[in-house]
Design a protein around this ligand. Sequence first.
Ligand SMILES: [Zn+2]
Length: 147
Amino acid sequence: MDKSKNVLKLNKIKEILIIGSCFMLFFILGDGNLCYLKSTIGLPCPGCGLTRAYLSLLNGNFKKAFHFHPLFFIPLIVVVIVLLNFQPFLEFAIIKKIYLNKIFWICIVVLFVILYIIRMILFFPNIEPMKFNEDNILFDLIKNVFL
Ligand SMILES: [Zn+2]
């Protein structure tokens, strides 16, 4: 692998770190809610419950992790694939193949959308993690401007 390819991969890593830092800043400056959608309009997003799923998993509670987000293992697989693809030192042909496969990414999105619809039907608006957030920014704005 030549040097320019390494530079490109390092730039990608920098981009990922910058985007990650922006997410952390939003979390630190926000109301402590990790979800942008839930914070702004009150509705849960397709990823809601992932953080609690991972915390449950770290505590050894697989059942609770599954309750918070049944697809919690997929983002872990995605992170491994992305990191292995962008690391500048080794090249894995199978990882590159998966990373460049559009069907793989479409399947992940479709899975999350289907699960989101199912969870919205079953749990919204009263059961965590699909609970409606009444302290959302939009509600506050409407209350302050119109009421
Ligand atoms: Zn969310």
